[in-house]
Structures are given as C-alpha cells and as structure tokens.
Design a protein around this ligand. Structure first.
Ligand code: ACO
Length: 435
C-alpha cells in the first residue's frame, strides 16, 4: 500500500481534511508528548471538530524458523499427536531456537513488515504499544527496544500486559490516542517467546504454546470506518488460574523459585477453557451491540487462536457464526498469545478473506483473567505496494542508519561514564550531545 492508499488524515486549520499528498503533510509534527521533534518541521494543529477515524493501514508478522511438531513433542513428554490434535487442533508450533531470537527481535521484524505495507517511515510513528506476556525484561519495556531497533525516534513506547487479550487491548488504546488527536500513527505489536517460560516437562501446557509476533500500523484518517468499537474486561478473581507465579513483587526470584519451577506458566486448563468459551461469545455480542451491528453483518471473526474447541463452542455454536466466517490458523502456530490475532489477520489477508467494506471482529481472552473484543470496518485496499529496488534499498539504509545511531549513542554513553558526570558536565550536557 502506498502512502496515498494508507489514507491518513491531512488536516488544515479550517476544519477540512484531505487525503493523499506527501507523507510529510500527514504528520502533525508532534511526538504525542506536546514536544516538537527536532528533525521535523511543524504542521498546522489538528482541528478537534473534524471527524477522525483509526484505520489499520499496515500489517506484518514474523515467526521463528524452527518448527516443533506434535510428533517431536512425543519424544520429550508423555503425549500423542492424536491427543493434541483432537483436544486442541494444534499440529505444530514455531519456537525461538536461537538465543538471538527474542520477543523484541520478532516484534521488530513484524513491525518492519507492517511499516513496509503502509509505506511509512519509522520516524512518522508517534507511539509504539507492545502487548506481550513474555517481555524481554521486567523493565525496560520491549516496546522501547523495538522503538530503538526501528529507529522510530519520534515515538513514545510502552508494553501492555493483558496476556492473550493484550493485542485487542492495545488496538483499543491506539484508537483512543488517535481519536483524541494525540497521535497520527500508532504501531501495535503482539510479540511472544513463550517457549522461554513454558515448562517443557509439563505436558498439560507445553503442547499449547508457540512463539511469534504480529504488528499493525494504525493511522489517523478521515475515511469513515477502521476500529469502530471495543470491549475490554477483567476478572482478577481468576488470577491464579493462569499465571507465572515467580519473578515479580509477590514472589521475587530466588534459588527456591527457580528450583520449584515458579518461573514457568501454571494453568488450570479446564477452568480457563470454561471461562474462555463463555467470554468469547459474550464479548463478541457486546462489541457488536456497541458498533450497532448484528451477527449477520459480520464478514470475518478472527478469534484468539488458543484451542479449536473453544472457538467451536463459542463462536460457531453459541453465536451461530458459520465456519467460513471464522479464521483459524492455530494448527500451524499453536497459541502465540498476543501475537495470535495479528498473525491470523495477516494470513487472512494473504488468503484473500478480507476486502474493503468488510466488518471484522477480533476477540480474545487470557490470563488476568481478561477478555477483549473490537469491531473493524475494513476500509483500505489490501494490496502490498510494488516493491522496487529503490524502495528496498532506502528501507535497508534507514534500518542500518538506526542501528548505527543506536550504537553511537551507546558508545558515547560509555565514554561519558568514564567521567564524573554531574561535576564534569553538569549532567545535562551529556543528554544534549546525545541528541
Ligand atoms: N497429552 C496427553 N494427555 C494429556 C495431555 C497431553 N498433552 N495433557 C493432559 N492430558 C491428560 C490429562 O492428564 C487427563 O488425564 P486423566 O483423565 O487421566 O487425568 C486427560 O488428558 C484430560 O485432561 P483435561 O485437562 O481434562 O483435558 P481437556 O480436554 O480439558 O484439555 C486443555 C486440556 C487442552 C489444556 C484445555 O483445557 C484447554 O485448552 N484449556 C484452555 C487453555 C488455554 O487456552 N490457555 C491459554 C489462555 S491464553 C493466555 O493468556 C496465555
């Protein structure tokens, strides 16, 4: 999709808005924090009375190369391909086998793909939200590491923790920022390396999860549609049903937490199954009501890809949405938590299942317990921009420059750290020189 196809809003001060034109004109010149980024010229302020919509204009995903099939799992735990397929629908999952593959590196690849589809430079992004259940660290946020990897120097960045519902929560946040006029472009990423927190000796959980990342770019637009409604829910009384108990303030890491497996996923599968089946149907009904749509208006549901029986019991049986209107790819990836819906969205687009004018529903559930659903009136063309030699080279150069800039900043910090900071430079000089 070209910049013109992505149709972000280009607003002027007299309340009218127009589409197309150069990408520079789309950006409001603000980094979402009320500061003018030094590298960009300021644009006219946003007209608060012009209608504003949050459109998904870019999408991408990335999964690690290594595939573990059910037959592979038969060799490490007491399980059978037949049991896993019939109880969950999963046939294989992708796993981050290399230590250099982390939630951030997968997220960066997915985000690059989304920016490529939208044909938007990383410097245009105002905000990066990374929904993840397997972050790089407690802090810094995985989103900040992704921001650095993309060279998205005008973006704020934070992680969102709502387990598998996180991606839909993050879409709702992105919509809010855009409708409030605080952002023109928001990158929403779901990125996971769950294989690092799965107990590979626990057959009840290790067969379920997989690694991967998916991303969408949400843009301000004056084209009606986009993310039209959302429903977010939580019931913390079920917090113990699905948890990684140790490593936080309630149970700090210790030799004992490590030896007792406290840093692995613990789950009451049957209770989560019951909750998920009920809440997926309820949340879908609620969000359709908010959007003023009926079940019959739905063109495609993209549910959280946890278990085929949850999808069958909720979306197909309770809501009576026909199978051909429900996208399922969990057989290939397993449950990739926050990444499952964006990966499925990308594959649904690739499969030709999404067209402008379609009404989509994303619905998920997860630890917390949490649930979330949103409706999307798909309003942009689904063709990728033509890949040219020049476009590809420019993109590679952008990311190489971002990596060089990041390395330079780290090197400068190392040099300054050799000096007594406050007394030698008065503190601020170092930050100013880093830019
Ligand atoms: N292979 C073979 N047998 C197994 C396996 C396995 N991998 N796992 C469990 N079993 C056995 C059990 O031990 C049990 O044996 P028993 O009857 O002798 O005691 C039997 O299979 C049935 O076990 P159940 O747990 O009752 O199986 P169930 O049909 O409920 O399926 C499952 C289990 C797949 C985990 C299901 O409960 C489920 O999908 N729950 C939802 C989980 C989920 O979606 N979690 C992710 C939430 S999203 C997030 O936030 C991360």
């Amino acid at each position: 999709m070209s910049e013109q196809q992505s149709q972000p809003s280009e607003r002027n001060t007299n309340g009218t808005s127009s589409n197309g034109g150069s990408n520079n004109g789309h950006h409001n010149g603000s980094n979402g924090k009320g500061e003018q980024p030094s590298s960009q010229a300021s644009s006219p302020p946003i007209n608060p009375f012009a209608p504003r919509y949050a459109q998904i204009v870019g999408w991408g995903y990335h999964v690690p190369e290594k595939v573990i099939t059910n037959f592979d799992l038969e060799k490490i735990v007491d399980t059978q391909d037949e049991w896993i397929r019939s109880r969950t629908g999963i046939e294989q999952r992708h796993v981050a086998a290399s230590p250099s593959e982390t939630s951030a590196t997968l997220g960066i690849q997915a985000a690059k793909a989304a920016l490529e589809v939208a044909d938007i430079h990383p410097s245009k992004v105002d905000l990066i939200i990374c929904a993840t259940s397997s972050p790089e660290h407690i802090f810094p946020s995985t989103a900040s590491i992704i921001q650095d990897g993309l060279g998205a120097n005008n973006a704020g960045a934070f992680d969102l923790s709502a387990a598998c519902s996180g991606f839909v929560y993050a879409l709702s946040m992105a919509r809010g920022h855009i409708l409030a006029g605080d952002a023109e472009y928001v990158l929403v990423i779901g990125a996971e390396t769950l294989s690092r927190i799965v107990d590979w000796t626990d057959r009840a959980t290790c067969v379920l999860f997989g690694d991967g990342a998916g991303a969408v770019l949400v843009a301000a637009s004056d084209v009606p549609g986009g993310i039209t409604a959302s429903v977010l829910g939580s019931d913390g009384s079920g917090a113990d049903l699905l948890t990684v108990p140790a490593g936080g303030s309630a149970m700090p890491s210790s030799l004992e937490t490590v030896s007792s497996g406290g840093h692995y996923i613990k789950m009451d599968g049957t209770a989560v199954f019951r909750f998920a089946t009920r809440v997926m149907a309820d949340a879908t009904r609620q969000v359709l009501g908010k959007a003023g749509l009926g079940i019959e208006d739905v063109d495609l549901v993209i549910p959280h890809q946890a278990n085929i029986r949850i999808i069958q019991n909720s979306v197909l049986k309770q809501l009576k949405i026909p199978e051909e209107k429900v996208f399922v790819n969990l057989q290939k990836y397993g449950n990739t938590s926050t990444a499952s819906i964006p990966i499925a969205l990308c594959e649904a687009i690739e499969a030709g299942k999404i067209h402008p004018g379609n009404n989509l529903v994303f619905v998920g559930f997860g630890a917390g317990l949490t649930w979330a659903a949103c409706t999307i009136k798909w309003s942009v063309p689904v063709a990728k921009p033509d890949e040219t030699w020049w476009r590809n080279t420019a993109r590679q150069a952008t990311y190489q420059a971002a990596a060089a800039r990041s390395m330079w900043k780290r090197a400068i910090r190392r040099v300054y750290s050799q000096f007594p900071g406050e007394s030698r430079w008065g503190g601020r000089k170092e930050e100013n020189e880093l830019g």
